[in-house]
Write a protein of this length. Structure first.
Length: 177
C-alpha cells in the first residue's frame, strides 16, 4: 500500500532510493511489509534500504539523524516501518535541517507523534490501524459465528490519513495515551 502510494502519488521511479527505517528488524511485520514493498519496487527498479533504528527513543532519533546525515542526498522518500520510527521522523528531519515535505513520507501512524508529524507536513500519509478497537471486533465476530449468526458487514482494520483528515486521528491517538 505504501509503495504503491509513493509510485502513484509521489512520482517515485526507477533509480530512486526509498529509506525504510524500522525499530525491530526481522520481526514478522517488517519482513512481510518489506516483501510487499519489494513486489512493487523491484519490477520498477526502485531501490530501498531497510535500516535498523532501535526501540529506544533517544537512540532511534540519533540513528535516524545519522542515516540522513550520511545518505540524505540520495533519499527520495521514506516508508516508516513501525510507529516508533514514524513518530520520530519529524525530529530526525529537524535534526538535519529538513523542512516539512522535503521528501514524501508514508508509514504507520498509530501514535500521537506521527499524527502531529502529518499535521506539520513531515509525514505525507500515515496508516491508522484502529488500535483503539481492533482487539474487540474479532471477539464479537467469533461470538457471532459460534452462535450461527451471519456476519454481513465490513470491519475496517486500517486506513490512511493525511493533512486533510489528520485531526480525527490526532484526537484518537491522544485518547489512547
Amino acid at each position: 500500500m505504501w509503495a504503491k502510494y509513493l509510485v502513484e502519488k509521489c512520482n517515485i521511479k526507477s533509480g530512486d532510493l526509498v529509506w525504510l527505517p524500522v525499530e525491530v528488524p526481522g520481526m514478522t511485520y517488517q519482513t512481510e511489509e518489506t516483501r510487499g514493498i519489494a513486489s512493487i519496487f523491484d519490477p520498477l527498479g526502485i531501490k530501498y534500504d531497510v535500516y535498523e533504528a532501535k526501540y529506544d527513543p533517544v537512540e532511534t532519533v540519533q540513528l535516524m539523524t545519522d542515516y540522513l546525515t550520511a545518505h540524505g542526498s540520495k533519499v527520495k522518500a521514506v516508508i516508516a516501518l513501525g510507529d516508533v520510527v514514524a513518530g520520530y521522523v519529524q525530529k530526525a528531519f529537524e535534526g538535519v535541517g529538513w523542512a516539512p515535505g522535503k521528501v514524501p513520507v508514508v508509514g504507520w501512524g498509530n501514535s500521537a507523534d506521527a499524527a502531529r508529524a502529518v499535521k506539520a507536513g513531515y509525514i505525507t500519509a500515515a496508516t491508522w490501524q484502529y488500535p483503539d478497537s481492533q482487539g474487540f471486533m474479532p471477539i464479537v465476530l467469533l461470538y457471532m459465528a459460534k452462535k450461527g449468526m451471519v456476519i454481513g458487514y465490513d470491519v475496517y482494520t486500517m486506513g490512511n490519513y493525511d493533512k486533510g483528515s489528520v485531526d480525527t486521528f490526532t484526537t484518537l491517538a491522544e485518547q489512547m495515551k
